[in-house]
Structure formats: structure tokens, C-alpha cells
Design a protein around this ligand. Structure first.
Ligand code: FCB
Length: 474
């Protein structure tokens, strides 16, 4: 790996969380069991051509039945925390109204087993599986969405906040508004105009703020609330002050191109996170799209900016940028640069720059890498093992960025590898394997990969074994 970011010698702080992440639709299966209602992803997967190979999450990793085995797996990996999501349609099959006792009981069992195994449960309220009936009532375009989401959040608080202490409201607004409403690549799959997308974004932001309040006011013990942001930071092409400042500017541009490109705007980071963290929409968005923005009622921005306890960042890679007289310029990745099976570049410094830029813009606060990981072409070899040295190298490199941040005072508190196990990768179906554990989808068999065994050692040593060259391949 060419990019060097390691600040060797910096120790991970005591209590640093070594976690892994998943999401309900991607692993649970049991789609028609236990009173679960349909979600937009159940419907989207049935539309020909939308999901690779016509795959769907009906069975996925069958975690709905194998949760006990999966908690034992986490324990064998020495995880100190596990990030999962509640399936809204399992808790409230219609999205509003009646609560499904069987759904609540499923998460009760999971949470109890995690606690018994000494693993902190970290719950995300919404990881894209919107109840289908809410979509049929307009989904994120319906001004009632913030109320519906707040009601759901109140249910989560009342049932689980005695045992779950860390909640994330929404996972990656850019994807379920940008990737869905602007692009149509993800469920529900309808393409909307820029003004409609901005309405959806505003409702989503209000829903987030209302959920923060509902979680806090309904909490049965002291809880912490944050969210998980999708983030592809711009990376300075060199560490010259000019390039660093160009990368910072590019990272937070809400309207990065000369024309008003709905995709670029709806995928931008600051569109969502400036309102959440600063209580204002980004200045460049207001200057260029002010006339397209929805009406913002009095009090909306205060609701959206309800204070959070931590920052959760989902970072997979960044793109290099350099300074020029005309503003930041994208620098192409070098020919032959390391790439994963998705075609995403491997850029270990992304965790460092991405977090540093956020701390500078939004102020210092506890930060967790709520997702980071790599898909590779893994399979179970003739020796019965899964040898994935590139994943070990990936995690080692990216954690080097965390270590550099720690050495400069960034309060990194934990890292959640995406994912605990191979799973349903949305529009890419089962074609991408991100897991520390291999899943044979025909039999449900889990096989811990070499990287999983390496990560277990890393977690047990609180990161001290990061530089060990042991690849666990024999
Ligand atoms: C993130 C999603 C997660 C998974 C990873 C690879 O954008 O939050 O569900 O699909 O990408």
C-alpha cells in the first residue's frame, strides 16, 4: 500500500471500542416472519433489473434465526461493541400505530445475549428499510415523516434504552435521499426533481432532530445519541497548506459543479451535516439553490440541530484534490492504485483527513468510525480457511490514520469494521463480500476469515498488535 499514514507508537486509548457493524435488511432474513411488515427494499428487490442477479434479503444471512450463533461469533472475535439496526417494519409493521411484540422480543433477545457476552449494543434506528406503507403515503416527501419517525424513536427508547446506551438515528442520509430520490439506484427507486429532493432532505433532517429529542425524553437510563454519516472526504494531494485548504473546501462544497447537478448536491456531505451540527444550511447551497429550497418553518433549524453526543463517520475512501488558482481540482487516482472488488480506491489516509476536517468545522467531539471496510473476492479454500491478507493490510493501513489522529488530539473512541459477516450489499446483491466472516448463503455456514482472527487479536490487545506482520494465513 503506497499511502503512509501510520503514527507508529501511538497507543489506542483505554476503553477504545473494537466493533463490527451490520444492518437489519442486509443480514436478518426472516422477511415474512414474526409479524414483520414489508419494507421498500422488499419491494425494490422484486423490480427486474434493480438488484444484481435479482437477489433479495428474504433470507440473507438468516441472522433472524441464527442470532445466538452470531453473538457467539462476535464473542470469539473479542468485539467490545456491535452496531446493528432495528428494522422499523419489524417493530411497527405499518410504520405507525401498532407495535409488533414479536419484533420487540427479537431485539430483546439479541440485546440480552450481547450484554451477557460483554458486548455493548449500538443501535441504529433507520438503516434504509422504510416500511412500505409509509412510502405509499409519500415517504420522505410527506411532511408527516418527522412525526412518524419521532413516534418510532419513542418506541425504541421505551423498549430498549434500559439496556442500549448508544443510539444512532439515521444511517447515511446521502444514500437514502441522494442514491434513492435523486438517483433511483436504491429503494424506493423513483427519480425526483431537485426541489423535491430538497424537500425530502428537509423532512429527513427534521425527522433526525425529532428522533434525537424523542430518544432523550423517552430514555429509561442515561443514553448517548448520534448518527452515522456517509463520508468521502477530499484528500490533500500533498500536505502543503494550500492543498490541505483546497481539500477542506472541496470536502464541504454542497454545490461543487458549475451547473446545478442534483446528484452532486444530494450526495454532498454539508447539505445534511451543516444543518445537524451547525443549525444552518451550507452557504453555497443557499446562495445557488435558495430559490429551490422548501419553506423552512420557524424552529425547524433548532429542531434539526438538537445536540448530539458523538459523531459517527462511515468512511471507505477519499479522492485527492490539489489547490489551483481557480479553486480545488480533483487529481485522478494514480494508474494501478490499490482497488477493492467494488472498484473503490484504497486510501488509508481517509480516516485521518475525514475526521480532522469534521473536527475543524463542527468542533471537537467524541468520534467513532461507525463503518469502514473492504469487499474482496473471498472464498473458502481447499484447506477450509479464507485467506484475505489484503483485508488485514486494509484495516492496518486505515487504523494508521486513526492513530495519527489520536497523536494529534482527535478524540477517536472506537472503530466498527463493516461488516461482521458477508451480507446483502443492496443493489449489488450478494456479489460483494465485506465480512470478517465468510457466509455460505446456500447453507448459512459462517467461516471466520484470516482477517477475523487477526482482528480478534487486535481487539484483545487494544490495538497493540497493529504493527505485527502476522497474517494468520497458516
Ligand atoms: C454503506 C452502508 C452499509 C454497507 C456499506 C458497504 O454505505 O451503510 O449498509 O452497504 O456501505
Amino acid at each position: 500500500m503506497s499511502e503512509k499514514v501510520t503514527s507508529a507508537g501511538t497507543a489506542f486509548p483505554e476503553g477504545f471500542l473494537w466493533g463490527a457493524a451490520t444492518a437489519a435488511y442486509q443480514i436478518e432474513g426472516g422477511a415474512r416472519e414474526g409479524g414483520r411488515g414489508p419494507s421498500v427494499w422488499d419491494a425494490f428487490c422484486r423490480v427486474p433489473g434493480k438488484v444484481y442477479g435479482g437477489h433479495n434479503g428474504d433470507v440473507a444471512c438468516d441472522h433472524y434465526h441464527r442470532w445466538r450463533e452470531d453473538v457467539a461469533l462476535m464473542k470469539s472475535l473479542n468485539l467490545s461493541a456491535y452496531r446493528f439496526s432495528f428494522a422499523w417494519p419489524r417493530i411497527m409493521p405499518e410504520g405507525t400505530g401498532a407495535v409488533n411484540g414479536e419484533g420487540v422480543a427479537f431485539y430483546d433477545r439479541l440485546i440480552d445475549a450481547l450484554l451477557e457476552a460483554g458486548i455493548e449494543p449500538w443501535g441504529t434506528l433507520f438503516h434504509w428499510d422504510l416500511p412500505l406503507s409509509l412510502h405509499l403515503r409519500g415517504g420522505w416527501l410527506n411532511p408527516d415523516m418527522p412525526n412518524w419517525f419521532a413516534d418510532y424513536a419513542a418506541q425504541i427508547a421505551s423498549h430498549f434504552s434500559d439496556r442500549v446506551k448508544n443510539f444512532m438515528t439515521v444511517n447515511e442520509p446521502q444514500v437514502f435521499i441522494g442514491g434513492s430520490y435523486a438517483e433511483g439506484r436504491f429503494a424506493p427507486g423513483n427519480v425526483h426533481s431537485l426541489p423535491e429532493c430538497l424537500v425530502a432532505a428537509h423532512h429527513l433532517l427534521l425527522a433526525h432532530g425529532r428522533a434525537v429529542q424523542a430518544l432523550r425524553s423517552g430514555a429509561r437510563s442515561k443514553i448517548r445519541v448520534g448518527h452515522a454519516a456517509q463520508y468521502n472526504p477530499a484528500l490533500p494531494a500533498s500536505e502543503s497548506p494550500e492543498d490541505v485548504s483546497a481539500a477542506r473546501q472541496a470536502t464541504f462544497a454542497a454545490c461543487p459543479s458549475a451547473e446545478l447537478d442534483p446528484l452532486k448536491i444530494m450526495w454532498s456531505f454539508s447539505l445534511y451535516h451543516d444543518p445537524m451540527m451547525l443549525g444552518t444550511y451550507p452557504a453555497d447551497l443557499l446562495a445557488r439553490c435558495g430559490h429551490l429550497m422548501p419553506k423552512i418553518a420557524e424552529g425547524d433549524m433548532e429542531t434539526i440541530a438538537a445536540p448530539m453526543d458523538f459523531l459517527g463517520l462511515n468512511i471507505y475512501w477519499g479522492d485527492p484534490v490539489r489547490a489551483s488558482a481557480g479553486g480545488p481540482v480533483r487529481v485522478p487516482h494514480a494508474p494501478g492504485c490499490p482497488m477493492n472488488s467494488f472498484g473503490w480506491p484504497v486510501t488509508p489516509s481517509a480516516l485521518y483527513w475525514g475526521t480532522r476536517f469534521c473536527m475543524e468545522r463542527y468542533g471537537k467531539k467524541d468520534v467513532y468510525i461507525t463503518e469502514n471496510g473492504v469487499p474482496l473476492c473471498d472464498w473458502v479454500g481447499a484447506d477450509g480457511a479464507v485467506h484475505d491478507p489484503a483485508r488485514i493490510d486494509f484495516i492496518r493501513g486505515y487504523l494508521g490514520g486513526v492513530r495519527r489522529g489520536l497523536s494529534e488530539g482527535i478524540p477517536f473512541k472506537g472503530y466498527f469494521y463493516w461488516s461482521l459477516m458477508d451480507n446483502f450489499e443492496w443493489a449489488s446483491g450478494y456479489s460483494q463480500r465485506f465480512g470478517l466472516t465468510h457466509v455460505d448463503y446456500a447453507t448459512g455456514t459462517r467461516t471466520v476469515k484470516d482477517s477475523g482472527r487477526w482482528y480478534a487479536k487486535l481487539a484483545a490487545s487494544n490495538g497493540a498488535s497493529l504493527d505485527s506482520q502476522d497474517s494468520f494465513s497458516d
